[in-house]
Ligand binder design. Structure first.
Ligand code: 0O2
Length: 261
């Protein structure tokens, strides 16, 4: 079997899915000023790892490609638990991928403590060799769930799947701690998002003010521009939101007057 040739459509699937989810993130940011997608990672299983899994699951090697769901893996990381469910609804409503399996380990975690939302989807691909349907596993989890899963996975690898009892029970406790972190941050999600929006608005306002002052240096007396700059520094240092808003409107009016002249 030409493994590398067999794997080409899987690499294409990984590339296309990564691009699609990254574009979704961009569109969310454009439309709503924030995205539920923090990051997207993809991987294609290597040949040794396909062989090892086929051996473990007693899948004849010539059926590995048709029977394994996770040769293509997509991992979508979110900041908040609620974001996971925005994405699950989205995946279920798309017509460019068909959901064939769905497992919710977020609401109902595994005994190990593992939390994540899993899909297996069938994705239609157009290649130079014709059309092909490729299965991919999509895992959706928060940053905290991911931190736990990656750490636990490393230990699982070290102990070849059988983690000693004392470490396993600590891992369950650590998973609970990650869950508490997600719940606490989820409870103040709106507060956090408001603060971030405020900081972003302030940053944009300051950028516009500095730009207007720069323009003022070119179109007015240096002393006028200098006076506005000093005023701005005073307000900026004190960090009064309302004063900054007023100054921003004043600055816009002044810039307008000078532009008209
Ligand atoms: P790897 O090394 O990540 O690829 P299968 O159908 O055989 O893929 P299963 O058990 O039916 O497996 O599917 P499930 O439970 O949805 O698990 C699929 C993948 O989720 C696993 O792939 C892991 O990546 C991840 N996962 C599931 N349970 C745990 C867990 O307890 N800890 C961690 N860290 N990850 C988990 P693989 O092939 O098992 O492993």
């Amino acid at each position: 079997m030409d493994w590398e040739r067999e794997l080409l459509p899987y690499h294409q699937t990984a590339d296309e899915l990564r691009a699609k989810f990254n574009n979704l993130a961009l569109q969310f940011t454009q439309a709503e000023n924030r995205t539920p997608i923090f990051s997207v990672e993809t991987r294609v299983k290597t040949v040794p790892s396909i062989m090892a899994k086929a051996h473990r699951k007693q899948i004849p090697i010539d059926r590995a490609f048709s029977e394994m769901d996770d040769i293509v893996g997509v991992r979508i990381i979110c900041r908040f638990v609620d974001d996971i469910f925005i994405i699950t609804r989205l995946i279920n409503s798309r017509d460019d991928m068909r959901v064939v399996k769905e497992k919710d380990f977020v609401r109902s975690h595994k005994p190990s403590g593992y939390r994540s939302y899993h899909f297996v989807v069938e994705y239609n691909l157009n290649t130079v060799f014709g059309k092909q349907t490729v299965r991919a596993e999509i895992q959706i989890r928060t940053l905290a769930m991911n931190f736990w899963a990656v750490t636990e996975h490393g230990l699982r690898y070290k102990y070849q799947g059988i983690i000693p009892e004392n470490i396993a029970s600590r891992l369950v406790k650590a998973a609970e701690a990650a869950h508490v972190l997600d719940s606490e941050l989820g409870a103040i999600r709106d507060e956090i998002l408001d603060a971030e929006k405020l900081a972003k608005n302030r940053e944009e306002m300051v950028r516009d003010i500095i730009h207007s002052i720069q323009e003022l240096y070119q179109v007015s007396e240096t002393s006028t521009a200098q006076e506005m700059y000093n005023k701005f520094l005073n307000i900026w240092e004190v960090q009064g939101e309302e004063d900054l808003n007023h100054f921003y409107s004043d600055m816009q009016s002044i810039a307008q007057v000078h532009k008209v002249r």
